[in-house]
Structure formats: C-alpha cells, structure tokens
Write a new protein. Structure first.
Length: 417
C-alpha cells in the first residue's frame, strides 16, 4: 500500500473536551516509556482529563501559565489519530520542550482496492512540524526520551532533532541514606535560597554546563526567581501532593560566588520517592559528599523512602561518586534538541509596482523636444586684432612709462577752487 504524503487531509487543532476519550484510548494503545520523577528536562506528565478545566480557564486571560501546557490533536476522517503536548522551557520562552507525542499505530485514510495508510512517523511529523511553525517564540526545541524507545528516536531524528547529552538516573536506598546521615557535613557557608540569590545561582548554573547545553537551555537570571503567582501555584501543588521543597546553596566568600546548590522534593507520606536536584561547580567536586550528607540528614525525620537524582554525561565526577556509595542505576535517557529559524514573510511595497514615468508625470515635457544645431563660434565674441594691438600699445608696461603718462596729462583744477 502506498504511503500518503505528509500534506494529507489531516486537521491539526487545539484539544477540546470531546477529544478526551479518544486521547485516553490512544494512550492505552501506545503507552510511552515512563521516565524517572527527577527528569532534568521533562516534567511529570499530568492527566489532561483531570486538568482540562484548569487549562481552559488559564487560557482565557493573560497569565504566566497561559500556554502551559499546549495540547494539539491530529484529526483524520473525523477521528483523533494523534496528540502532541508542548510547553515553554525557560522564562523568556525562547526554548520549548516536547512533553509527549502519542500516535495511533496505523491510520487508514481510505478503504478500497488500494487502501492508503499513514504511519506513526507521518502523523507524528505533522504534529511536530505544526508546533515548530506556529510557535514563533521558540528558537530552540528540546526533549528527553528513553534510549530504549526506538519508535520515538526514529520520529524525532526524522524531524531534525540531534543528540545533546546522555542522562543517567540513580536511586539511593533508605539504608544508604542512613549511612550518609551519620557523617557530619562540613558546610560552614550553607545559606537558604531567595530571589536575592538568583544572580549567584545563574552564574553557578552557567559554570556547571558545557557551552552547547547552555545555549540550548538559554536560562537567565529570571529563571531562578520565583514570582508571587509561582509561589502560590507551588504552595497549592505541595498541599495536594503532600510534598515539601527544601533548598540551599554553598557560598564562597573569597570569590563571592555560589559553588554548590541542592533542592529536595520531599514526600511527607512516603507514597513516592524523594527527588534531589544537585548543581556543583566543576572545580569543587569535593562538595558531593558534603551535600549528600546534608540532604540525608534532612530526610531523617520523614518516612523511609529512596532518593532519586540524575547525572549528565558531562559531569563524570558525580557518576563516580554515586557509583562509590553503591547507588543503583534506574534509567538512561537521551536529551535531543533542534533549532528553528522562522522566516519573516516580506510584503511587497506599493512603490515597487510603480514605474518611474508614473511617479514623475509632472516633470515630463509638454511635447517631444526637436534637436537642433548650436554654433559655438557665433556664441563666443573675440576682440578684433587691430583694436587688441592698439590696446596693448596704449597700456603702459612699466613704472617709468606710468610716470611719463601722468606728466603729459593736462592739469585739472579742483572743482572746489
């Protein structure tokens, strides 16, 4: 059966309430690989059915969460055949992430002797390219997928995504955390985090990443500040999920810089593992044991639960330390990215269609000019030769001649006498 081109009669539109049942069915038919909760790029997927009302309400008025998340569906023959969910990655919205793409296994476009079908790559490419073209704010796109998800790898590579970094996820058991908590951490300059420290945390984040990753993430000082609206949203999330967020950073007084930072998402009821986000300056790798001991002490008063954290391939010292304490590898993912340059459509200027004769009508002659002869000899009058010689003779050429000519002139009386 021949494949349809990607310009087939598939309608890409925003999600509606009537699409929720079809989306649930697609999710059951094509289950995605679950990533660890401590994903560096991808956030925990939420149920669109449970949050549809909130998403619809936030889209009605300007607010920081107006486009979070952005869900579109692909409709073919009045049936939902695919769904894509994207969201901004940074505060300036210059980088967006692909949260998930769900596509039906095979889509039959027509029935008959020569039935034409569209594969998962066809529908997935339509959804991805729709977002790449319509979201003009995004200059860079980033995503994270499991290395064993071959179908997703083929789809994203087909649409221009390239590998950015490899992520390894670790789990530390409660017994290992108890051993780490027995050690007294040596952190004399451990300070709490506030919006006033955003510049220090931004500099630390810049130092901890290679240039290519830093360019893709495109974080700024505003990304490390928490607004009042964001604080309310985070407080509501902690109340409903029974979690608590604790953080701190290590300050270096001589360099006036932050050299280490940690953030803990603690589960107060023990229903899910704790999550840790750790950032350390590459020149201060001795901070790993100290910060791990500090986090282990914070978790002592909570129900026993494992701790999950991530380590990128550009920080080999963290992987070596986690291996040394006996942490278990629970996942391996791949960060992928691609850049997008939106072409600005130039409108044709009105003046481009006008001819020069139309613009300068008033300067045109009333009739066609007739060329004629112009005599240069007649227009220039030369003195006669005889008069020229007499003028030369009468004109004195020296001082003596001037004095002689003055003495020969008759004396004229003064009119006043």
């Amino acid at each position: 059966m021949p494949r349809l081109p990607q310009t087939a009669n598939a309608l890409i539109r925003p999600v509606q309430y009537r699409d929720l049942d079809a989306i649930d069915q697609l999710t059951q038919q094509s289950p995605e690989h679950e990533l660890p909760h401590c994903s560096a790029v991808r956030e925990k997927s939420v149920s669109i059915r449970n949050w549809y009302g909130v998403m619809k309400l936030l889209s009605l008025f300007p607010n920081p969460l107006q486009n979070l998340p952005c869900v579109h569906v692909a409709e073919l023959n009045q049936r939902i055949q695919g769904m894509i969910q994207v969201s901004p990655f940074n505060r300036t919205r210059s980088t967006w992430r692909v949260d998930r793409v769900v596509v039906a296994p095979a889509i039959v476009e027509s029935e008959g002797a020569e039935a034409q079908v569209m594969t998962q790559v066809d529908i997935g490419s339509l959804l991805i390219r729709f977002c790449l073209e319509r979201i003009w704010q995004a200059r860079t796109w980033v995503l994270e997928i499991d290395v064993n998800d071959k179908a997703a790898l083929d789809l994203y590579r087909h649409n221009g995504f390239q590998p950015l970094a490899n992520m390894t996820y670790w789990s530390i058991s409660p017994e290992q955390l108890e051993e780490l908590a027995e050690r007294e951490p040596d952190l004399p300059n451990l300070l709490p985090v506030s919006n006033a420290d955003a510049q220090l945390l931004y500099q630390l984040d810049t130092m901890a990443m290679p240039p290519l990753v830093r360019q893709v993430f495109d974080r700024h000082v505003q990304d490390f500040k928490v607004s009042v609206f964001g604080s309310l949203v985070e407080w509501a999330k902690q109340v409903f999920t029974r979690t608590e967020v604790v953080g701190g950073y290590v300050f270096e007084p001589q360099r006036k810089a932050a050299i280490g930072y940690f953030q803990l998402h603690l589960c107060r009821d023990g229903s899910q593992p704790h999550i840790a986000h750790l950032t350390v300056n590459p020149a201060y790798t001795w901070l790993y044991p100290e910060l791990m001991a500090q986090m282990a002490r914070i978790m002592q008063d909570l129900p026993a639960q494992s701790l999950q954290m991530a380590s990128p391939d550009y920080q080999p010292e963290r992987e070596e330390y986690l291996d040394s304490i006996g942490a278990e590898r629970i996942g391996h993912t791949l960060l992928m990215s691609r850049s997008v340059w939106h072409k600005v459509r130039e409108t044709k200027s009105i003046a481009e269609g006008l001819q020069l004769a139309e613009m300068l009508q008033n300067l045109q002659p009333s009739r066609k000019p007739v060329p004629g002869r112009i005599s240069m000899l007649k227009s220039v009058k030369l003195p006669a030769p005889e008069k020229a010689q007499e003028a030369d003779k009468s004109t004195p050429k020296s001082v003596q001649e001037l004095m002689k000519a003055a003495s020969q002139e008759p004396h004229r009386e003064d009119p006043c006498c």
